[in-house]
Each structure stands twice: as structure tokens, then as C-alpha cells.
Design a protein around this ligand. Structure first.
Ligand code: FAD
Ligand code: NAD
Length: 478
């Protein structure tokens, strides 16, 4: 095997493997280096997303939702289910099978595209020389015209709550509890806290979430965040805002958490504690000082809008660079970089990246929030429509939440959409397409939406922007 490639990609997560496939499709000789290996030293591909992130969490979210439906919610449909029982090992085995099916799929795709896969921890040195140390300690050096850094991120830690992978776990540990905790504490009411807190709450745990910020989901549209908070509270998630954890004491049978809220101190006992306070870029041992790569003040690799680093021929994509830590954001950066290496003028619209919290109902968003429009001084129009007035939502018994669409007051161009409710992820994706096509709410108003579908809420919200929704009484417009 040659030690020289057109492109070396370090990391096989959704940013790295997608970049490698696109490079290979464009005829570039491409290698991927992955440090994550299995018991037989085989590469474990797919990164955080496939192994301990998006996919296993969604498998458990879907399984736990089905359990909650069977155990509690089917009665309203006239379906009585007796003897519903949990099989946690079975649920975990299903999740693990999905993970290996998908990671195997990535392996097959890389092979089919002629990408060379190597295992080991890679370090980028000056002159795009990549030193790879395998598990047996052997070191080899490879060179490439272009190196793409895609090393991802890892769970952030906080001093009062060190993870012991027993009573105190991070997101990875929370994906493989062997039994349902009776009382589960979660530090951080962000995306991971809400998703994994929901999984275990549905399976029977009493869940208390301790969130340092005074505001719930501060980056979401305020109206949607407040609606979501009410829905989650009804589901039994006990979310305590402004709660600063000061001490965590692990004892034989439980963990004691002390936190401050306002001027008062509180203590809670849990049998398990999840620390979900964000993620940090995995850049510590990725490049040497003379590589030419620089990081910003938060440790993210410094890149321009096309993901080029300050070192010639070195690119960085995914969670190790600025922007939302989302699999689809990293993948599209991977495609953009592959195209640019090949000489094309690809770019990515960072303003139109959807984000989704896969609770039930889902919370999803794209574009500007109402508070952002206000603070930027943009004159806007807003339309909301509740799922309670959508026939399909009633038929499904999924009436919580709403669709909200924001548009420019002068041009009517759509600027943002925010949804909490059934199929929110897919409804927001419709608006992603609309924004990318520079559509106005009038365009949506004039389109035909199938009946009865959840997407009629998008149509009605677009109509509501101009005070002309049909299936609710419109509020007078400004
Ligand atoms: P990663 O997926 O972290 O992959 C990086 C890879 O590089 C890893 O395999 C690592 O082993 C390898 N590596 C690192 N350093 C080296 C080195 N020196 N040498 C060789 N290999 C190296 N995002 C979504 O969009 N939707 C979701 O539903 C979602 N759910 C999530 C749920 C959880 C519980 C978590 C933790 C995350 C979730 N995310 C989700 C976030 C998503 O997983 C990440 O944004 C995404 O995986 C980042 O992709 P990446 O390729 O940049 O990095
Ligand atoms: P997050 O940023 O979404 O939430 C972390 C929360 O912890 C925040 O609300 C923060 O205020 C709080 N926090 C921070 N320090 C704290 C402290 N000391 N005490 C109490 N609360 C504290 O991060 P996350 O939930 O850990 O997720 C990490 C990343 O993974 C996110 O960037 C997210 O984009 C990605 N992710 C995405 C999905 C998805 O797309 N559905 C799912 C899971 C994770």
C-alpha cells in the first residue's frame, strides 16, 4: 500500500466518512484513519453519531415511546393491552444491532468507493505528514495533498460531577443502563438531557433535571420553548432552572447532589446521575504545534467559511469547528470540502441548518427566532397554528404544540420556522426547502397541502401570518 494519498481524512464520523466517500466519488485517492477499534482491532466506523449518539439514542427513544404507548396511552384509542412488560436487555440488544448494521453499512460504502480505511490514532505534523499509531504501538507516517480533520467531540465535564461510569455517567453511559433507575438526576436540560431523560422517564424513572440557566432552551424561539416546557412538565419531567450543582457525593446505594438555586441550597438523592452539559471539540492530541493549525478561544479549530484551516491544504469539519454540533452539519461540510478540494466552488448555507430535539412531541427549528429578529431590528410578521385544530392531529391523539412561521414584513420572504408537535422534524424540513428556494409565506399559502395531514399546520401557519388562517379565529394583525 502506498503511503501517499490525494486526501487523508482523520476520523470516520458523519463528517469524515461522508467527506471520504465524496472525495472518492470525485476520483481522489482517499484514506480514512479511525482510532476507535473493536475487540479484534477492526475499525469501528461512524463516530459518535452511529456508535453512541444520534442512532442509539433514537433507537431507545422509539422503543421507550412504544412502551409508554402500550403501557399507558392506547386506552384512549379503545385498545386495552394487558401484561405489558419491559425487557431492557432486549431493548439494548435491538439498539446494538441497529448500530452494528449501520456501522457495517459505512464500512461497506467506504470499501465500495475504494476508500482505504486504516486504524490508529492520527497526529497531523508539519507538511501534511500524518503519523498513525495503531493499538499495538506501531507507528506509520502517511502524506497527502490535502488532510481533512474530522475528529469530532466528547462529553464536557464539570468539576463537581466527575463521571465514574457507574452511578455518574455521561451520554454514552446513559445509553446502556442495565435497569431503569428509580430516581434519575440529569445535570443539563439541553438536547441530550431532554432526549435521554425522556427515554428513562417513559420507562418508569422519576426524572429531575438540574439546569444552570434561568431560561429553558435559550437558543430556541421563546414561544416554542415555553410551550415545550409545559408539555415536558405534563410528561413528568421535573426541570429545575437556575440550578447550579455544587457537589456530587457518590455513595454505595445512591448519589447525593447538592445544588444552589437563587439563595438557597438543595440536596437530592438519585440512584443514577447523567451529566449532559455540552460537548467539547476533540482537538487535544490531533495536531502538533508546527502543523500550522490554530484553535479559537473555545478550542475549536479555526477555519474560514469553507472549512479551510490556516495551514495550506488542511481542512477541518464537523464538531471540531464552529457551528452547531449536528451530524448533518458535519456531513454537508464534508461534501463541501471534498468538492472544493476537487476545484469546485461549493458552499454551505449555515443560516438554514435545521435542529431537532427528538422528544415526543419533537421540537424543531430552522432560521431566525422571534427574539433574534427583534434584536436585529428586522421588521417581521408571525403566524402560529395549533395542532389542536388539525384534523389529523386529533385523529392521531397528538394535539399538543404548534407551528410558527416568521417572515419579512416587507418582502414576505420566510425567515424562520419553529415547531413543537407531531412530526415537527419533517415539517421543519419543508420550511428548509422553502427558505432555500427563497419562498414567501404567500407561496406556501397558494400551495395545496394534502388532507388530512400534519403538514396542514404549516399551511395554516403560513396563512395566519396574514391573518387568514381558515380553521381558527385570526387575531387582528398589526
Ligand atoms: P464524531 O462523530 O465524533 O466522529 C469523530 C471520529 O473521529 C470518532 O470516530 C473518533 O474516534 C475519531 N477520531 C478522533 N480523533 C482521532 C484521531 N486522532 N485519530 C483517528 N481517529 C480519531 N446530531 C444530530 O444531528 N442528530 C441527532 O439526533 C444527534 N443525537 C445525538 C445524541 C447523542 C447522545 C450525542 C452524544 C450526540 C448526538 N448528535 C446528534 C451529535 C452528533 O453525534 C455529532 O454532531 C456528530 O457525530 C459529529 O460528527 P463528527 O464526524 O464531527 O465527529
Ligand atoms: P446542550 O448545549 O444542548 O445542553 C447542555 C445544557 O447544560 C445547557 O442547557 C446548559 O445551560 C447546561 N449546563 C451547562 N453547564 C451546566 C452546569 N454546570 N450545571 C447545570 N447545567 C449546565 O448540550 P448537550 O445536551 O450536552 O448536547 C451536546 C451537543 O450534542 C449539542 O450541541 C447538540 O447539538 C448535540 N446533540 C444533538 C442532538 C439532536 O440533534 N437531536 C441530540 C443530542 C446531542
Amino acid at each position: 500500500m502506498s503511503n501517499e494519498f490525494n486526501v487523508i481524512v482523520i476520523g470516520s464520523g458523519p463528517a469524515g466518512y461522508v467527506c471520504a466517500i465524496r472525495c472518492a466519488q470525485l476520483g481522489l485517492s482517499t484514506a480514512v484513519i479511525e482510532q476507535n477499534v473493536g475487540e479484534k482491532s477492526q475499525p469501528l466506523l461512524g463516530g459518535t453519531c452511529l456508535n453512541v449518539g444520534c442512532i442509539p439514542s433514537k433507537a431507545l427513544l422509539d422503543s421507550s415511546h412504544r412502551y409508554a404507548e402500550a403501557a399507558g396511552h392506547l386506552g384512549e384509542h379503545g385498545i386495552e393491552v394487558a401484561g405489558v412488560a419491559l425487557d431492557i436487555p432486549g431493548m439494548m440488544a435491538r439498539k446494538d444491532k441497529i448500530v452494528s448494521q449501520l456501522t457495517g453499512g459505512v464500512s461497506g460504502l467506504l470499501k465500495a468507493n475504494g476508500v482505504t480505511v486504516m486504524t490508529g490514532a492520527a497526529v497531523l505534523n508539519a507538511g501534511r505528514r500524518v503519523e498513525v499509531t495503531s493499538v499495538d504501538g506501531q507507528t506509520n507516517t502517511y502524506t497527502a495533498e490535502h488532510v481533512v480533520l474530522a475528529a469530532g467531540s466528547e462529553p464536557a465535564a464539570i468539576p463537581p460531577a466527575p463521571v465514574d461510569n457507574d452511578r455518574v455517567v455521561d451520554s454514552t453511559g446513559a445509553l446502556c443502563f442495565e435497569a431503569v433507575p428509580t430516581r434519575l438526576g440529569v445535570i443539563g436540560a439541553g438536547v441530550i438531557g431532554l432526549e435521554l431523560g425522556s427515554v428513562w422517564a417513559r420507562l418508569g424513572a422519576e426524572v429531575v433535571m438540574l439546569e444552570a440557566m434561568d431560561q429553558f432552551l435559550p437558543n430556541m424561539d421563546e414561544q416554542i420553548a415555553s410551550e415545550s416546557a409545559k408539555i415536558f412538565a405534563k410528561q413528568g419531567l421535573d426541570i429545575r432552572l437556575g440550578a447550579r450543582v455544587t457537589d456530587v457525593a457518590v455513595e454505595a446505594s445512591h448519589v447525593t447532589v447538592t445544588y444552589a438555586q437563587g439563595d438557597s441550597a438543595h440536596t437530592e438523592e438519585f440512584d443514577r446521575l447523567i451529566v449532559a452539559v455540552g460537548r467539547t471539540p476533540r482537538t487535544g492530541k490531533l495536531f502538533s504545534a508546527d502543523s500550522g493549525v490554530t484553535v479559537d478561544e473555545r478550542g475549536f479549530i479555526f477555519v474560514n467559511e469553507f472549512c479551510a484551516t490556516e495551514a495550506p491544504g488542511v481542512w477541518a469539519i464537523g464538531d471540531i469547528v464552529r457551528g452547531p454540533m449536528l451530524a448533518h452539519k458535519g456531513s454537508e461540510e464534508g461534501v463541501m470540502v471534498a468538492e472544493r478540494i476537487h476545484g469546485k466552488s461549493a458552499q454551505l448555507n449555515y443560516d438554514v441548518i435545521p435542529s431537532i430535539i427528538y422528544t415526543h412531541p419533537e421540537v424543531a427549528a430552522v432560521g431566525k427566532t422571534e427574539q433574534e429578529l427583534k434584536s436585529e431590528g428586522i421588521d417581521y410578521k408571525s403566524g402560529t397554528f395549533p395542532f389542536a385544530a388539525i384534523g389529523r392531529a386529533l385523529a392521531s391523539g397528538e394535539t399538543e404544540g404548534m407551528v410558527k412561521i416568521l417572515s419579512d414584513a416587507n418582502s414576505d420572504q420566510i425567515l424562520g420556522a419553529h415547531v413543537v408537535g407531531p412530526a415537527a422534524a419533517d415539517l421543519v424540513q419543508q420550511i428548509v426547502i422553502a427558505i432555500e428556494m427563497a419562498a414567501s409565506t404567500e407561496d406556501l399559502q397558494l400551495m395545496v397541502f394534502g388532507h388530512p395531514t400534519m403538514s396542514e399546520a404549516v399551511h395554516e401557519a403560513a396563512l395566519a401570518v396574514d391573518g387568514r388562517a381558515i380553521h381558527m379565529v385570526n387575531r387582528p394583525k398589526r
